[in-house]
Ligand binder design. Structure first.
Ligand code: NAD
Length: 321
């Protein structure tokens, strides 16, 4: 069995490799070559931790496994460790033998950023110039860095519930040589692409804050009850997702579906757009919205890619198991 420790991931994994792995696995999901197993998430009654498993099997990429981990709210304060902790385990689909154990913390941010980037590549207008960020926490910086590679953006605008966090995304814009402007929510009308990545339980972005032709990637809502954008926006938009079952139950679409504004059949798969079986954007003034809920197969895909890179560079630790 191979081990790729968390400390090695930053030097091994590239945004390009994460993007390719996630784009391929979304395509395989839509072609029914890959599927996710039901998610387990439990409050374990110890350290206030939430722990669970996300797994799946990709028959096209021959990737089988799971990500185990969760959220330990006291880690930082008590132990100087980050609160989100996860590890990916890969198994040989021919034999069931354990194949690899890979640190999953940084990979989670990279695969989540890759998902919104894949949606921008396939759904945003080619002439998109202004990108708007809603959210300025840990994930937001990864999101923005990856998104900037998808179009010739000329400006970054941002809004955050906690404005004192905005310098986090301003720094990424500055590093990319782009001007940054903090705006009010209705200032998002200037954006051609909007990424929202917050932990909110009530909508910030309203339907009338969004101009025709915009692509929005909603990346923060991954649990029942969370919400980042007004349900009416989903009714106005063409909605796509990584996995329809998650989108309508724990994703942004849960609210619009519950309110009867859209139906399950209105939510398309991003993988079908990648495969060319769904046309995706069909006009310049259409609003497209990607509901990125986060699936286990994304984790397995980036972990498999990082194992290959680690083997190539002689960094993977081999243990007899
Ligand atoms: P973080 O704690 O670092 O940042 C949280 C962000 O949410 C900040 O910008 C904060 O200002 C904002 N926020 C907090 N309360 C708010 C409110 N009431 N209204 C509006 N904004 C509010 O968290 P993070 O690690 O950046 O994660 C952000 C979200 O992304 C979380 O909900 C997390 O579960 C989700 N996430 C999703 C995926 C996926 O695959 N879709 C993957 C990882 C994380």
């Amino acid at each position: 069995m191979l081990i790729v420790p968390e400390r090695e991931i930053a030097d091994l994994m590239t945004r390009e490799a994460a993007f390719d792995a996630v784009e391929k696995v979304f395509a395989a999901m839509a072609a029914r070559d890959a599927y996710n197993f039901p998610v387990v998430r439990e409050a374990i009654g110890h350290e206030d931790a939430l722990y669970g498993f996300k797994g799946g099997f990709d028959q096209a990429g021959l990737t089988l496994g799971l990500k185990a981990g969760g959220y330990w709210p006291n880690n930082l304060e008590k132990r100087d460790l980050i609160n989100h902790q996860s590890t990916v385990f890969l198994f040989d689909p021919d034999t069931g033998k354990a194949k690899a154990m890979v640190g999953g913390n940084l990979l989670t941010a990279l695969r989540t950023a890759a998902a919104s980037s894949v949606s921008i590549k396939h759904l945003a207008r080619d002439d998109a110039k202004v990108i708007g960020m809603i959210g300025a926490g840990h994930q937001a910086t990864f999101q923005l860095r990856a998104a900037l590679e998808q179009r010739q953006f000329e400006k970054v605008i941002g809004w955050n519930y906690h404005p004192e966090m905005l310098p986090n995304i301003e720094k990424v814009a500055t590093e990319a040589g782009l001007p940054f402007e903090a705006v009010k929510l209705d200032g998002m009308k200037e954006a051609d692409v909007i990424i929202s990545i917050t932990s909110a339980f009530a909508p910030s972005l309203m339907a009338d804050h969004v101009a025709p032709g915009t692509h929005i990637a909603c990346m923060g809502t991954d649990t029942k009850g969370k919400q980042e954008v007004e349900s009416a926006l989903l009714a106005k938009a063409s909605v796509f997702t990584d996995e329809v079952a998650q989108s309508i139950s724990i994703g942004e679409a849960q609210h619009a579906v519950a309110e009867g504004l859209i139906k399950e059949s209105d939510v398309g798969e991003i993988g079908a757009v990648i495969n060319g079986t769904n046309p995706g954007r069909t006009s310049a003034d259409q609003i497209t919205l990607f509901d990125g809920t986060g699936v286990g197969l994304q984790d397995l895909a980036v972990a498999a890619a990082v194992v290959d890179l680690a083997v190539e560079k002689g960094i993977a630790i081999e243990v007899d198991f």
